[in-house]
Design a protein around this ligand. Structure first.
Ligand code: GLN
Length: 527
């Protein structure tokens, strides 16, 4: 008896459908229901793994190794669910499945068409999530986009077939016209008409707005769009995205949904943990500046890292201010000045040559000056290369991703590849890691074995392990099956840890990641 909530967006993109979907999930969980959230992306790429972060923002990775949209990160951070490949659908995946089936002869000579073959595959992907009380189904893109049409047709059919087990939530925008001093509902009316033209009547409207909407505006929208007044809620700009679930609850969004499904509404859940978190967020006023050393000057490019830093800050009673430092501009002459305002650095993940020398300079500065440093994936690899060049004396040390040198301290590990890369070319998804007793990371995690998500091709070269150990960089996290080094640390340093995996993917609002917690605790010492 799984129920389905279809979330679409209209008028403009970037309204925050992901945040609204995640908030709905959170509110239903608070009422004791099990949920999952699925994202449909209408692009033809199979997944965003090959997309430039400037196109698409961060690529998020699920535990089972699927490269997905960053909205899945919001879903996990808000609700604590663990997403898998079943939570991420793209037009590319749909067409590939249908075309593969056609080549295989599965359609027995039929002509393959968008309706019913593509729409049936979409419906199948939506309905395969059926082991929870509610599936929240977010449709990427904006109503009216040509590429969204098959998805809307699939939803139209499902709404018809599922009856009161399906509800449609439409998110739109109410612009404010300064010259007229008016809030305008017309774009919303047009957006709903477009949805109706596809055969879908929205049950709930969420109006994004920069200014508070009067009851009159909501009334107008309700009557022009055939939606009950109690089902028209507003989503005003708020100081933090984490205020959104509470704001939606205050307006009765969850209660309205339950009524639509014919389910009992009952008492409003208290959500104590969430409120405690919001209270901490509101009262954390002391600022700590962290330098984010990366190459993409775009908020979304390192989304999960940014959120993980901010969440860890809140639980450490500080407001983390993230200073983006473009690694392409870091030079030996200017590094002291460039890092002068930050209490610690996080060296970002990435691919390719661009900006890596700047990262290495920043790492050297942090190591020599005892400035807390956290390296993630490529960031960890830069810590390893810097140490080889400046401590072990291998001036030409590099990763074989960048250059073939006699000292590739980061390399493709042929013999391990067969163990870790079954089929693919990247190590993707969760792998276990044993932590060395007595190490800083073992103390931080408080457990001898962990499991974390990976997304990379190159590895620490074990031929150099002993030299690193002897000279003060310790390989304190190791994969038990392949013996690959997953974590390095310098125990004599204030806080110097590099992880080959991405801890940022598993930090959530109610459970901030221990490594981020410890890093922020150290950077905010003495405030
Ligand atoms: N480019 C590096 C590798 O493939 C690191 C990848 C990353 O930072 N995610 O190993």
């Amino acid at each position: 008896m799984t129920r389905y909530i279809f979330v679409t967006g209209g008028v403009v993109s970037s309204l925050g459908k992901g945040i609204i979907s995640a908030s709905i999930g959170k509110l239903l969980q608070a009422r004791g229901y099990t949920i999952t959230i699925q994202k449909i992306d209408p692009y033809i790429n199979i997944d965003p793994g090959t997309l430039n972060p400037y196109e698409h923002g961060e690529c998020y990775v699920t535990v089972d190794g699927t490269e997905t949209d960053l909205d899945l990160g919001h879903y996990e951070r808000f609700t604590g669910i663990r997403t898998t490949q079943a939570n991420s659908v793209t037009t590319g995946k749909i067409y590939k499945t249908v075309i593969d089936k056609e080549r295989h002869g599965d359609y027995l000579g039929k002509t393959i068409q968008v309706v019913p073959h593509i729409t049936d595959e979409i419906k199948h992907r939506i309905m395969q999530n059926n082991d929870v009380d509610f599936v929240i189904q977010e449709i990427g893109g904006t109503i009216g986009d040509i590429e969204a049409a098959p998805f809307l047709e699939a939803i139209r059919q499902l709404k018809w077939e599922l009856g009161n087990r399906a509800v449609s939530v439409h998110l739109t925008y109410i612009p404010y016209l300064k010259a007229a001093d008016e809030l305008k509902t017309k774009p919303t009316q047009h957006s709903v008409k477009e949805l109706q033209a596809a055969g879908i009547q929205p049950d709930v409207l969420v109006l994004r707005t920069e200014k508070h909407l009067s009851d009159g505006v909501r009334q107008k929208v309700a009557s022009f769009c055939n939606v009950d007044l109690e089902c028209v809620v507003q989503s005003e700009d708020l100081p933090s995205i984490y205020e959104v679930p509470v704001n939606m609850q205050r307006q009765g969004l969850d209660a309205a949904l339950l009524r639509k499904f014919g389910l009992p509404v009952g008492e409003i859940p208290k959500m104590e943990g969430w409120h405690r978190f919001l209270e901490l967020q509101r009262t954390a006023t002391k600022e700590v500046h962290v330098g984010l050393v990366g190459k993409y000057d775009l908020q979304d490019a390192y989304k999960s890292i940014r959120e993980s830093l901010i969440l860890a800050g809140i639980y450490n009673h500080v407001k983390v201010k993230i200073d983006f430092i473009n690694s392409e501009n870091i030079t030996k002459e200017k590094v002291t000045e460039q890092l002068s305002g930050v209490a610690g650095i996080l060296v970002c993940p990435g691919f390719g040559q661009r900006g890596i020398e700047g990262k290495i300079i920043a790492v050297e500065y942090a190591r020599v000056n005892n400035l807390p440093a956290f390296g993630v994936c490529l960031g960890m690899q830069m810590m390893v290369i810097e140490f080889a060049r400046n401590v072990l004396g291998y001036k030409d040390a590099n990763s074989s991703e960048m250059a073939d040198t006699p000292h590739n301290v980061i390399d493709m590990m042929e013999e391990q590849k067969t163990i870790t890369n079954l089929g693919g070319t990247m190590r993707l998804g969760a792998y276990s890691c044993n932590l060395r007793e007595g190490s800083r990371v073992a103390e931080i995690y408080g457990t001898p074995q962990i499991s974390e998500r990976h997304r990379h091709r190159y590895e620490f070269n074990n031929l150099y392990k002993d030299e690193y150990e002897k000279n003060g960089m310790k390989c304190v996290g190791v994969n038990p099956e392949s013996d690959l080094v997953e974590i390095v640390e310098i125990p004599s340093h204030r806080w110097f840890v590099g992880t080959q995996f991405h801890p940022e993917y598993s930090s959530t609002v109610l459970h901030p990641h221990p490594l981020f917690m410890s890093f922020i605790k150290e950077t905010s010492k003495g405030l």
